[in-house]
Ligand binder design. Sequence first.
Ligand SMILES: NC(=O)c1ccc[n+]([C@@H]2O[C@H](COP(=O)([O-])OP(=O)(O)OC[C@H]3O[C@@H](n4cnc5c(N)ncnc54)[C@H](OP(=O)(O)O)[C@@H]3O)[C@@H](O)[C@H]2O)c1
Length: 338
Amino acid sequence: MTKLLVVVSATGRQGLAIIKYFQEHVPSYKLRGTTRNTNTEAAIALVKSGVEIVPADTNDFESLKAAFKGASAIFAYTTFSGIMLTPEIMGRVVSGELPPPVGQYAYDIEVQQGKNMADAAATVPELERLVWSSLSGVTKWSKGKYTQAFHFDTKEAVRVYMNSLEPLKGKVSCLQLGMFTENLITMPERFGLTRQADGSLRWAMQVSGDEPVPIIDIDRDTGAFVHALLAAPGGIQVTGASEFLPFKTYLQLLCDHLGTSGTFETIPFDGTVKDDPTGWKLELVQVYAFIKEFGYSGGDPEVLTADDLEKRGFAVPRSKVVDHIKRSDWSHLVAASA
Ligand SMILES: NC(=O)c1ccc[n+]([C@@H]2O[C@H](COP(=O)([O-])OP(=O)(O)OC[C@H]3O[C@@H](n4cnc5c(N)ncnc54)[C@H](OP(=O)(O)O)[C@@H]3O)[C@@H](O)[C@H]2O)c1
């Protein structure tokens, strides 16, 4: 019988990448995607490409239950900033109506969305695999040193909840996605990358720049990881990385492409961030400090690499970060210096 893969939030970056990958490389799966609004251009384009699109909201258990009906596999994820950067949360923290840190409010909603998806997946008798887009538990692996990395801790809380549900036992696998290559296109300042007046690049972060960090070309490689996790036994956690690259190497590749020079600077972190009363910058900086000190997955011995998966017989074809650099438009960096 044809297997059905249900992809949550099919119009989002991760969702769309998986749909496209399966359409191109794994046509044996029937594809169903969810969206909150089936009338958007993105949703209509998916229908035209042959995907079944159904309405579901990750805040609404009943809609998820209906959307997951008959699924052999489900890919589930949440969007922290989609929740946090709203008038109801960020707006109220900025206005002083709610005390910081802002991430704590998004935490509650994101974890509840994850639990809704887990509860809905647990109602599907045919389900063989639930792939959860997870991240490392920063509070757990830093032993309480960093407690403000809400968008990482949410994903771990959901992973624990999924594994606690009897009908999902042995069926949950986790994909800990690395840093998206797209970040340097969509929000370079948030990642400390700027172009200087002389045309050179400056990348400043609270990481050393020497330690290899997992970096993923979401559009190209997310689907390959999900495909491998559907083929492999359940219970796997893997880092989703196209490559592990030190930021200094990443910067050099970018400089080579743009024909300029660059400097990487490690920003010292004293535990505080003074110019952001919402607490969002502190949250990001705590993540960087965590990566520098404990590694992206916090040293969790259960988290595999793609090479580990390959050794177990489940290959994950991956692209190179330099390919993303070459096919991307970097004019925004030039514009930033003007
Ligand atoms: N950037 C990184 O380096 C990085 C690294 C690892 C993990 N992550 C994680 O990746 C996630 C974001 O993934 P993405 O960039 O693929 O997401 P995205 O494209 O921003 O959004 C995914 C979809 O979620 C739906 N959505 C948006 N706001 C929502 C809300 N409040 N409630 C329910 N659904 C909502 C929307 O679909 P519809 O409107 O069609 O419903 C949207 O298209 C975050 O949780 C982040 O922590 C990011």
